[in-house]
Design a protein around this ligand. Structure first.
Ligand code: FES
Length: 200
């Protein structure tokens, strides 16, 4: 059957989105501390613009449980006064929001031009080998997740790996990956070079 004179909407011809819904997750509420933080931040906006606090609201969720579940999207929707679908639109648009549980360290290798020509792909391969996981996966111990990212703004120190959305490791090499991973296991974020462009 077709609703269009020249187009046959046979089931096989429907476009099917490859998008997967986020995990439902456990029932979600902010901790009292995060609720207090949200209640303070939301006053930065006029009451009729409460929705503008959505990124703050989502960052608090991710800080609290490590990722944004569907339950927490519904919770954020009630907090800011919009529909869960609107929250999902934001979560799925911004790559810094994780839609399933991730490891303690989320390694995001920049794949844009400067990093690409300086061997980022080899770095990603070396990390995948070292950790025994593929892109988008988390290792069995729940310590590392491996992802790719676009330009991190430190192109003159390529290749760059961002860790947990907040921390940088610059000029990583494929040969240096085993020591980098080991150092991260032992010293945590202190093992990272940081970003030399960082402005305090
Ligand atoms: S291209 Fe990788 S930081 Fe800019």
């Amino acid at each position: 059957m077709s609703f269009h004179a020249k187009m046959d909407y046979a089931p096989a011809q429907f476009h099917r989105s490859a998008r997967k819904l986020a995990d439902v997750g456990d029932a979600f509420v902010y901790t009292p501390e995060n609720q207090a933080t949200f209640d303070r931040l939301v006053t930065h906006y006029p009451p009729e613009r409460r929705k503008s606090a959505i990124l703050y609201a989502l960052y608090l969720v991710q800080d609290q449980q490590g990722y944004i579940s569907r339950s927490s999207m519904r919770y954020v929707a009630t907090q800011i006064g919009c529909t869960p679908a609107e929250v999902e639109d934001v979560v799925t648009y911004y790559v810094m929001f994780f839609q399933k549980p991730v490891g303690t360290y989320v390694l995001q290798v920049c794949r844009t031009l400067s990093c690409a020509v300086n061997g980022a792909e080899r770095v990603t391969e070396a990390l995948a080998r070292e950790l025994g996981i593929g892109l988008g996966e988390t290792d069995a111990s729940g310590t590392f997740t491996l992802l790719e990212f676009e330009c991190l703004g430190a192109c003159d120190r390529a290749p760059v790996v961002m860790v947990n959305n907040d921390h940088w490791h610059e000029r990583i090499t494929p040969e240096g990956v085993p020591a980098f991973v080991q150092d991260l296991r032992v010293r945590g974020l202190a093992a990272l070079t940081g970003c030399h462009h960082k402005v305090e």
